[in-house]
Design a protein around this ligand. Structure first.
Ligand code: COI
Length: 358
């Protein structure tokens, strides 16, 4: 049970309306947050939803030194009848538990994960935008909060969940994006590394390559595997799919890439469109040759924040490989609208993916 302590100074209706009219992505936060503490002697305790506020962190808090941290991303959607829904939150709870295990953090029980989000979203339901493709992006996270500089798993851990009204992830909306192929950097080590965990370190590792991408006029980075620099892994913050003929192809889960909830949903929706699904290793040469020959007709990125976003080109230091004339394709567009129709309650939820909050 997350006990609610109302924020004594919530934003005014006018302030909230101004934010919801143009939320951007990750810029504004609702009036409350969920919190819980874990200690080695007491386990999980002090569960509450209270006012959104800064943390007070001791300079020696372990997370600031050794990055023992994990997070999740999911969204609350307002349906036409004003009810509010989550998309497959059980999958996020499962991945949060797997990430915790990999980072030697305590597992937050699924019922606590779900209850923190449901209580926060119910308390801040006025912050869930309506209309268009906006939503309330939910960011649960957990970090080592012990004041101790020795290198071992922390014995004091903070769990927190915040919420941020959001529009499209990319500033230009849903337009084909250009992708920089990183040859200098990898986002995660090979098997045994943290690639499958949703931990800040993987995103920190991606930033220098992201910087390179911006310098080359690209919005995202495509990373290859750490061992051979041959196999396609994922983008800086999204999974990747190719369409070739009637095949829908994505890198297999081998412990080095994120097990995306959207990735998993696209496997199901793609099969329902009649596409032949392939989860396998994909050599980068196969991708670049396939774009040049026209065998690969569509490439798209997918993730909670990005939903499904067409990729217009892949750029290397030598050459730009343009996909489908730089335009989105029918499967990318079809999968995107099918997924969004389910999430926004415009299509029947035949898979039981939607979870009603209030
Ligand atoms: C998400 O899609 O939820 C993520 O965590 C990725 C990040 C690029 C926002």
């Amino acid at each position: 049970m997350f006990e609610v302590h109302q924020n004594p100074q919530p934003r005014t209706e006018a302030e909230r309306a101004a934010i919801l009219a143009d939320p951007g992505f990750g810029l504004h936060f609702s009036d409350h947050m969920a919190l819980a503490t874990w200690t080695a002697d007491l386990g999980w305790h002090d569960r509450e939803v209270g006012a959104y506020r800064p943390f007070q962190l001791d300079p020696a808090s372990a997370v600031l030194h050794y990055a023992q941290e994990i997070f999740e991303g999911l969204k609350a959607y307002r349906h036409a009848n004003d009810s509010i829904w989550l998309f497959r939150p059980d999958k996020n709870a499962e991945r949060f538990a797997r990430s915790a295990a990999r980072l030697a953090l305590p597992v937050l029980p699924t019922e606590d994960f779900l209850s923190s989000i449901e209580t926060l979203v119910t308390t801040d339901q006025a912050w869930v935008p309506g209309g268009g493709e906006s939503n309330l992006y939910i960011r649960p996270f957990m970090f080592a909060n012990e004041v101790f500089l020795g290198v071992r798993p922390a014995r004091t851990v903070t769990y927190c969940c915040i919420a941020s009204p959001a529009a499209a992830y990319f500033p230009n909306g849903v337009q084909p994006v250009n992708i920089w192929l990183s040859m200098n950097y990898v986002r995660a080590a090979g098997p045994g590394g943290m690639g499958a965990a949703k931990t800040g370190g993987n995103y920190a590792a991606s930033l220098v390559a992201q910087q390179e991408a911006y310098e080359h006029g690209c919005e995202q980075v495509l990373f290859l595997d750490g061992a051979e620099r041959k196999w396609v892994e994922e983008l800086g913050g999204m999974n990747v799919y190719l369409v070739a003929g009637d095949e829908l192809i994505t890198p297999a889960l081998e412990g080095t890439i994120l097990e995306g909830v959207t990735r998993d949903s696209v496997l199901t929706l793609g099969a329902e469109r009649g596409l032949v699904i392939q989860e396998r290793r994909i050599a980068i040469d196969e991708v670049l040759d396939g774009i040049e020959s026209g065998a690969i007709t569509e490439i798209f990125a997918c993730g909670t924040a990005a939903v499904i976003n067409p990729i217009g080109s892949i750029k290397t230091a030598e050459k730009t490989y343009t996909i489908n004339g730089g335009q989105s394709g029918p499967h990318t567009d079809g999968l995107r609208s099918t997924l969004l129709d389910i999430q926004y309650g415009r299509a029947e939820d035949t898979h039981g993916w939607m979870h009603k909050v209030c």
